[in-house]
Design a protein around this ligand. Structure first.
Ligand SMILES: CC(=O)N[C@H]1[C@@H](OP(=O)(O)O)O[C@H](CO)[C@@H](O)[C@@H]1O
Ligand SMILES: [Mg+2]
Length: 548
């Protein structure tokens, strides 16, 4: 494309999607995320960038997802999906940030600079898949993204309302047709098909029962499960709550993030003692389980629990299949409960690595194992199988001894049920239900593998959250000076104490995490560390208080 044609980009931007705010916006842990009314020009520009990215990748399809995940309704966001269904390559985040923040007057020249910098052949075809969540601001933003794509003569394909993982899946399938069919229906066929297939081999027995309650967070995931529900032929009896009707607001006092962080059950769900409930987040890439006991206490089964459940079952099947040369590993972040890490290392004897927060880091680390299980404690995660693993398991499934074959065939079904591109609440739900069923256990028995250390998360607002720098997979901070020493001294006072702080990549806050042997201690330690952050890192507003 000759540089003069870029003039249309500039004209388009000014006329249709002008930059109306000077607020600096950064491509963070999960793309751009802020108040929806600040995003239109950003999304338009991501349309431009997706076309450039597609051309750098020889015309392979790139995805644009419009969502702010677990944030409340007034927010929205946008993130790019790379050709293999993964998060945008990290080195492009700076380019995305630059393009999002230039003035309309500089957009034409900056776009030209980017094209030159990444050496994009603008004569190539470009394909971009666009999806959005259920927010009322999403259609307008999706249209801006499509306009950006068209401005640089790429071909947009709009998927309408889909879960984030569905769009990742479709992008992957479009670029690799061995993975599946790049449509919402293709997704159901593969994932739900594998679940129904496996249920034929693993009949319901023991303490497992097929009733599952679901908190849909008033977002897209519940709506899609409502479609799936009708095709389950009784294999799973889904009771769906928080589907977005009856005035239920997206993520408000419900959904996976609310349940995990507040350690409270969501509103809008009918609770029956010991009945397991799966809680999804707003764009359905996270899932946590919980149940209420007979004293109305909520018992949480979070991402660490799901990771250990899946890892132990896959390990068991690998053993039965005698696929000894396949190495399984687990990836966590600093937010993983210390008890889970100990259980993985000492009981499961599975290697575990700790990486920085953000799925891209976990996904990347998981790829270094033959089979990598990764989960954030908040319920975002999946399993990735290397080509070697798939080949070995495939060979055993067709050529092994009968018992080996049986295990390998179950593994093949599990692989089909897994959305390997990204954490996926729907896929994870079917995986968890499969393992619970295979083991004949209920949620209470699932909980027995280890006992979580009580934990607490807090947020502190400071002048500039980037004043906090961290090292050692975010477990220690290197600035501001003196803060880590203060945290060390506070932690030392508590039995089984652990605490760390880091700047959020999705909100303008510093996050504080603490765990200790009792809830009271965990709460106190978190508050004391929050005060230290406030005092040493430029706290704004009211100083955090200690619990009563
Ligand atoms: C403690 C926590 O749960 N942090 C979340 C949150 O990131 P922050 O950078 O902490 O704001 O949102 C990310 C995107 O959804 C998710 O990957 C991450 O785990
Ligand atoms: Mg999400």
């Amino acid at each position: 494309m000759p540089p003069s044609s870029l003039r249309v980009v500039y004209a388009f931007a000014r006329e249709m999607h002008p930059k109306t705010s000077d607020v600096f916006i950064q491509y963070g842990t999960a793309g751009f995320r802020t108040k929806a009314n600040l995003l239109e020009h950003v999304v338009y520009r991501m349309g431009l960038l997706a076309v450039i990215r597609s051309r750098v990748k020889n015309g392979r399809t790139i995805g644009i997802m419009i969502t702010a995940s677990h944030n409340l309704e007034p927010d929205n966001g946008v993130k790019l999906i790379d050709p293999d269904g993964e998060m945008l390559e990290q080195s492009w985040e700076e380019i995305a940030t630059r393009l999002a923040n230039v003035s309309d007057n500089d957009l034409e020249s900056t776009t030209a600079e980017v094209i030159k910098q990444v050496n994009a052949d603008m004569a190539l075809k470009a394909s971009v898949f666009i999806g959005m969540d259920t927010r009322y601001t999403s259609p307008r933003l999706a249209a801006a993204a499509a306009n950006g794509v068209i401005a640089l003569k790429g071909t947009p394909k709009e998927f309408g309302i889909v879960t984030t993982p569905m769009l990742h899946y479709c992008v992957k399938c479009r670029n690799d047709n061995t993975y599946g069919t790049p449509t919402e229906e293709g997704y159901y066929e593969k994932i739900v098909g594998a679940f129904k297939n496996i249920r034929q081999k693993l009949p319901v027995y023991g303490e497992y029962n097929t009733t599952l309650y679901v908190d849909g967070a008033n977002g897209v995931g519940g709506k899609k499960l409502n479609i799936i529900k009708k095709t389950l032929d009784g294999e799973l009896d889904l009771h769906l709550y928080n589907l977005g009707g009856n005035g239920g607001k997206l993520n408000l006092n419900c959904g996976a993030d609310f349940v995990k962080v507040s350690q409270k059950p969501p509103v809008g769900v009918e609770h029956v003692p010991f009945q397991r409930v799966a809680s999804l987040d707003g764009d359905s890439d996270r899932i946590v389980y919980y149940y209420m006991d007979d004293k109305d206490n909520m018992i949480l089964l979070d991402g660490d629990r799901i990771a250990t459940l899946l890892a132990s079952y896959v390990t068991q099947l690998l053993k039965s299949a005698e696929a000894a040369d396949l190495k399984l590993g687990l990836v966590q972040t600093a937010y993983a409960n210390g008890a889970s890490t100990r259980y993985i290392t000492e009981e499961l004897k599975v290697p575990v690595s700790c990486v920085k927060t953000g799925v891209k880091h976990l996904h990347h680390a998981a790829l270094s194992f033959d089979i990598g299980v990764y989960f954030e404690a908040n319920g975002h995660g999946t399993v990735v199988y290397s080509d070697k693993a798939k080949k070995t398991i495939g060979n055993i499934a067709s050529e092994g001894e009968p018992e080996q074959r049986k295990a390998a065939q179950l593994l093949l079904n599990l692989i089909d049920m897994t959305n390997e591109t990204v954490g996926d609440a729907i896929s994870d739900l079917f995986l968890v239900e499969t393992v619970l069923c295979a083991r004949g256990i209920n949620a209470k028995q699932w909980l027995q593998s280890y006992t979580d250390l009580p934990s607490r998360q807090l947020k502190v607002t400071v002048q500039d959250r980037n004043a906090i720098s961290t090292t050692d997979a975010e477990r220690r901070c290197t600035s501001p000076e003196g803060l880590q020493n203060r945290i060390d001294a506070l932690v030392a006072k508590y039995k089984s104490g652990r605490s760390f702080v880091r700047p959020s990549g999705t909100e303008d806050v510093v996050r504080v995490y603490a765990e200790a042997d009792t809830s009271k201690s965990a709460d106190k330690l978190a508050s004391e560390v929050a005060q230290a952050v406030f005092d040493l890192a430029g706290g704004v507003g009211t100083r955090p208080e200690l619990p009563a």
